[in-house]
Write a protein that binds this ligand. Structure first.
Ligand code: GLA
Length: 387
């Protein structure tokens, strides 16, 4: 891959003298969905698929971007003097947002650069291709210009840029999972204070299989921001009854005791999901530590049901994938992953059941939805790196 992208860089930008190659992963969340902006826990891991990049400083203020995933867009140009999001700037609004965010945090990028990207995460699939580009860009800026920022700060800058530059009110999970990824480990992160712990992923004869629904999802125009504000409203109602900072501060018991103060059924359901999903995540990590993979899988299934019935972010495509997966013998657990509204499911499937899983779920999905799903047996990888 390194050779391919360096060669392409030379074709697009004249030569590759002094250019360096980099990688940042994508991520999949095993459990803890829509909890990260509610002060709860998440349990994602970085993948070995992700975004490759080649970058080189320039002597002027120009920014030139090229993506091998969007070759028809050609080279998209901008400049350090014009760090604003434009619709026509398309995917380059992500790296540009990071350059802008560095400046906002007191780290002015002093020179322009040429940047070529090539990703092998299916776009818009819910495996965080955008956060991968964000963290990759931050990692490149640190390497090229010598800024002193930790990987946690790179994650926070990525989130800040996505919130303020790209207009999506996302939480910290995706950027954190990518910036802090560790091979064969998932990250048990408490989003209330960013304390975290790595948990080994020992799946005892099983693998993580991601199924992409191929229903495209744009976070910006989805109901994501709406869910977030429903939770914020529910929180302020609950705060009349309890001294809490986030929904993640509530146990299930306490929630049941005070939930009557929430004035709408819809907000009640949203808050219920946030509270119980956080509890499920804590229990799931405990189960994994005790090698109780069966319990881990059941909690994944319960997570999907809650996202379907209470948080209402699944849709017929993701429901079909999860529900068909549950029918296959050898499937330990299966649920939607990421924001929802399309995107992917994540399943833990016993090695010997993987072929049947792909066949059976694939056929049922095609029949019901009318187009095919894609299957990826994935591995848990490290965070960003110089290649
Ligand atoms: C998206 C967001 C994350 C998180 C998930 C849902 O991936 O970027 O911050 O909220 O949705 O768990």
């Amino acid at each position: 891959m390194k050779k391919t992208i360096l060669t392409k860089f030379a074709q697009v930008f004249g030569d590759n003298e002094g250019a360096k190659a980099y990688f940042a992963p994508g991520r999949v969340n095993l459990i803890g969905e829509h909890t990260d902006y509610n002060g709860g826990h998440v349990f994602p891991c970085a993948l070995t698929i992700g975004t490759y990049g080649v970058a080189r400083k320039r002597d002027d203020n120009k920014l030139r971007f090229y993506s091998m995933n969007f070759e028809h867009l050609g080279v998209i140009e901008s400049s350090l003097d014009d760090l604003k999001p434009y619709k026509e700037a398309d995917w380059t609004n992500y790296p540009k947002g990071i350059i802008w965010a560095f400046g906002e945090k007191g780290m002015q990028v002093p020179q322009g650069m040429d940047l070529l990207l090539c990703g092998n995460i299916p776009n818009g699939s819910g495996l965080s291709s955008s956060a991968s580009v964000e963290v990759l860009t931050g990692f490149i800026l640190r390497d090229l210009f010598g800024f002193e920022v930790t990987n946690t700060e790179l994650a926070l800058i990525g989130q800040f840029s996505e919130n303020k530059f790209n207009g999506v009110n996302c939480g910290i999970m995706d950027q954190f999972a990518i910036a802090m990824g560790k091979k064969d480990h998932a990250i048990f992160l408490d989003t209330a204070d960013l304390s975290y712990e790595y948990a080994p992923i020992k799946l005892q004869g099983a693998k993580i299989v991601i199924v992409c629904s191929n229903k495209k999802r744009g976070l910006g125009d989805s109901k994501y921001n709406e869910r977030r504000s429903e939770c914020e409203q529910a929180l302020s109602e609950l705060q009349k009854k309890a001294d809490i900072k986030t929904l993640g501060d509530l146990t299930g018991e306490k929630f049941e005791e005070i939930k009557g103060v929430i004035a709408s059924d819809v907000r009640m359901k949203r808050a219920k999901h946030a509270v119980y999903e956080n509890q499920r995540t804590i229990q799931a990590v405990q189960a994994l530590k005790e090698n109780d993979i069966k319990q881990f899988g059941q909690l994944m299934n319960a997570s999907h049901v809650s996202l379907r019935d209470d948080y209402e972010v699944t849709g017929v495509e993701l429901d079909t994938l999860a529900e068909e997966a549950w029918k296959v013998e050898g499937v330990i657990g299966s649920r939607m992953t990421g924001a929802g509204f399309g995107g992917c499911t994540v399943s833990i499937v016993k090695d010997e059941a993987i072929d049947t899983f792909i066949e059976q779920v694939g056929a049922a999905y095609l029949e019901k939805i009318g187009y095919a799903a894609d299957f990826y047996v994935v591995e848990v990888g490290d965070g960003p790196a110089v290649l």
